[in-house]
Design a protein around this ligand. Structure first.
Ligand SMILES: [Zn+2]
Length: 202
C-alpha cells in the first residue's frame, strides 16, 4: 500500500525531523512501523517534501537518483538523527557519545555531493537544479545542532514524533493540534465518562 504524504506527516517542521518521523510509534515495539519499508516511498516522500519544506530548502527541489541505492544512507542518517536529537530533546543537551555516528552518517549523505550551500537566500544551494535527497537530509540534520533550534525541539506526548516549536512563546505541546491534540482530548473525555459511569453503577 502506498503512503499518502499528507501535511500531517510534515509537522516535524524541518526535513530531518519529518524524515525521523517516518518511523511511526518508535517507543511501541508492538505497533511501530516504518513508512520507508518500501524504498519507493523515499522518492515519494522527497517529492512531497520538496513542496512542504520549500521554505527550509530555499525552493531547491529534492532529487532521488535511485531509491534502492540511497536507502541505506537515508536510513542511517534518519536513525542517527532520531537517536541524537530525541536524547537532546529529553535531556536538554547533546550527548557527545551519539555525535560521531550522526556525523559519519551525514558525511556519507554528502559524500557524492558537488554543490554549495549556505549562501544568503540559498541555504541548500541554487534552486534552479535539484539537490540529492541524502545530501539535503544531511544539511538539514546538521542545522539542528544550532543552539536556538535545539532549544525548540519537542517530542509530541501523543505520537512521540520530534518537532520544532516555532510558536512565539515556545508553548506548542502537540506535533499537530488537529490530530494529536484532539485525540488526547477525546481519550481524556472518554476516560472521564467511563469513570463517571463506574461511580453511577457502583
Ligand atoms: Zn503527535
Amino acid at each position: 500500500m502506498t503512503v499518502s504524504w499528507t501535511p500531517h506527516r510534515f509537522t516535524g517542521g524541518l526535513l530531518a525531523l519529518d524524515t525521523a518521523n517516518t518511523v511511526v510509534l518508535r517507543g511501541d515495539p508492538e505497533r511501530t512501523f516504518d513508512r520507508f519499508d518500501d524504498p519507493a516511498e523515499i522518492a515519494r516522500f522527497a517529492d512531497a517534501a520538496s513542496r512542504f519544506r520549500a521554505a527550509e530548502l530555499g525552493d531547491r527541489p529534492l532529487a532521488v537518483s535511485s531509491a534502492v541505492a540511497i536507502a541505506p544512507v537515508v536510513l542511517s542518517i534518519r536513525e542517527a538523527t532520531d537517536r541524537l536529537f530525541r536524547g537532546a530533546t529529553s535531556k536538554g543537551a547533546v550527548a557527545t557519545t551519539d555525535l560521531p555516528g550522526f556525523l559519519r552518517a551525514c558525511a556519507d549523505g554528502l559524500a557524492g555531493s558537488r554543490t554549495e550551500i549556505g549562501a544568503p537566500g540559498r541555504p541548500f544551494g541554487d534552486p534552479v537544479t535539484p539537490i540529492a535527497f541524502e545530501a539535503a537530509l544531511a544539511v538539514s540534520g546538521l542545522s539542528l545542532l544550532r543552539d536556538d533550534t535545539l532549544a525548540r525541539l519537542r517530542i509530541c506526548p501523543n505520537c512521540t514524533w520530534l518537532f520544532v516549536d516555532r510558536s512565539r512563546n515556545s508553548s506548542r505541546l502537540w506535533c499537530d493540534m488537529a490530530v494529536c491534540g484532539n485525540r488526547q482530548k477525546a481519550s481524556r473525555h472518554y476516560r472521564r465518562r467511563m469513570a463517571a459511569n463506574e461511580v453511577k453503577n457502583a
